[in-house]
Write a protein that binds this ligand. Structure first.
Ligand SMILES: Nc1nc2c(ncn2[C@@H]2O[C@H](COP(=O)(O)OP(=O)(O)O)[C@@H](O)[C@H]2O)c(=O)[nH]1
Ligand SMILES: [Mg+2]
Length: 190
């Protein structure tokens, strides 16, 4: 085992995890569902074009929450703001991050393209081997299937777990985080 400044476990027990994905994918919902204490978010009412999608609130700054997992890790959860004008925050949020969860909405026009885009946005800071994709709304929108995501990502050389989730359920969010932590544990012990 080699400890280095890039070792994700070097600063045990706090691990920073970034949730990203398009507006409405469920970042705020996921962080609220899983957080042990009160989660913090900076949602404000929205107007104009965004409101036409039926969404009434959006995150202007970030989401923050914490949860512990497997009794040994404290995960610090950061949700990225959706709107492009807050993109500068992505670099800040990605710095020093241990892992990435990309959430997409399967009812959207191009959810696989969304997954690819967000993965690429963070690829410099958070490697694919510490990334998990969560696909929401599969209960009403079965297509594209999880296999379609996997084959698309494989074709890009990205071996990333893709899970169907409903982030309103804390068990589903916990599963995403467990998979993420166990991937890194495997890496750590190799
Ligand atoms: N029916 C259904 N609704 C979902 C699912 N996942 C998320 N939602 C809803 O989608 C919305 C996501 O909004 P929000 O968390 O603010 O998204 P954000 O913009 O990524 O922060 C919430 O109203 C959730 O209840 C899902 O799998 N099925
Ligand atoms: Mg939000």
């Amino acid at each position: 085992m080699v400890m280095s400044s890039t070792d994700p476990f070097a600063h045990a027990h706090d691990l920073k995890v970034v949730f990203t994905g398009p507006m409405g994918a469920g970042k705020t919902t996921a962080i609220r569902a899983i957080s042990d204490g009160a989660a913090l978010s900076t949602d404000v009412p929205i107007s104009g074009i965004e409101a036409m999608a039926g969404k009434t609130m959006t995150t202007v700054g970030l989401d923050y929450g914490e949860c512990s997992i497997d009794g040994q890790w404290v995960l610090k959860l950061f949700g990225t703001p959706g709107q492009d004008r807050f993109r500068f925050m992505w670099d800040i949020l990605g710095t020093g991050a241990f892992g990435l969860i990309v959430l997409v909405d399967n009812s959207g026009p191009d959810p696989i393209g969304d997954a690819e885009r967000y993965l690429k946005s963070f690829a410099q800071q958070i490697p694919a081997r510490r990334t998990v994709v969560g696909v929401g709304r599969t209960e009403t929108h079965a297509s594209p299937g999880i296999d379609d995501y996997c084959s698309h990502l494989e074709a890009l050389g990205l071996h990333i777990p893709v899970l169907a989730v409903d982030v309103r359920r804390d068990a589903d969010v916990r599963l995403l985080l467990s998979v993420l932590v166990s991937m890194a544990e495997v890496e750590h012990h190799e």
